[in-house]
Design a protein around this ligand. Structure first.
Ligand code: ZN
Length: 151
């Protein structure tokens, strides 16, 4: 009888099947402590969970993980709105005399202080187009025209 006793364990692809691991098997798996793939030795089987292994590098004992633990994608993927401070902060400590008086033919820049005859002191917070400026006043955020050819 040919004793094929010990099956050739190493699969050709070099892939490890967690379910067929045996105690003392060596497995190259992720070590959370070393933060990398390291040689581990299987210590205890605990089906149905992956076996516990000891990292031959740092000696940490942990479950066999064949893949790097999920690096979460939620790393501020969402587009952030520009953070505009509330009106009182925008105009805190400024001298209203330095504000440019609002005029439809004016040309305002972000951060510029504006004195509006009805809204009072404000600050330009956005200029999306040449003709429109968004300004923050005590009464709220307003869209105002600018660079308009007056009549
Ligand atoms: Zn390790």
């Amino acid at each position: 009888m040919t004793d094929a006793a010990k099956k050739a364990t190493a699969s050709p692809s070099g892939r490890v099947n967690i379910k067929t691991l045996q105690v003392d098997d060596e497995v190259n798996c992720w070590c959370g402590k070393c933060k990398g793939f390291r040689a581990h030795k299987v210590k205890t089987l605990q089906p149905p969970k992956p076996p516990k292994s000891v990292c031959l590098t740092c000696r940490a004992v942990h479950q066999v993980r064949l893949q790097e633990p999920g690096t979460k994608k939620s790393r501020s993927d969402r587009k952030e709105m520009p953070d505009v401070p509330p009106w009182p902060e925008l105009v805190a400590g400024v001298d209203p005399d330095t504000a440019s008086s609002y005029h439809i033919m004016g040309n305002f820049e972000i951060g510029e202080l504006v004195m509006h005859k009805s809204f009072g002191l404000g600050c330009v917070i956005a200029v999306p187009t040449e003709q429109r400026a968004q300004m923050s006043f005590e009464s709220g955020v307003k869209w105002l025209l600018q660079n308009h050819a007056g009549r």
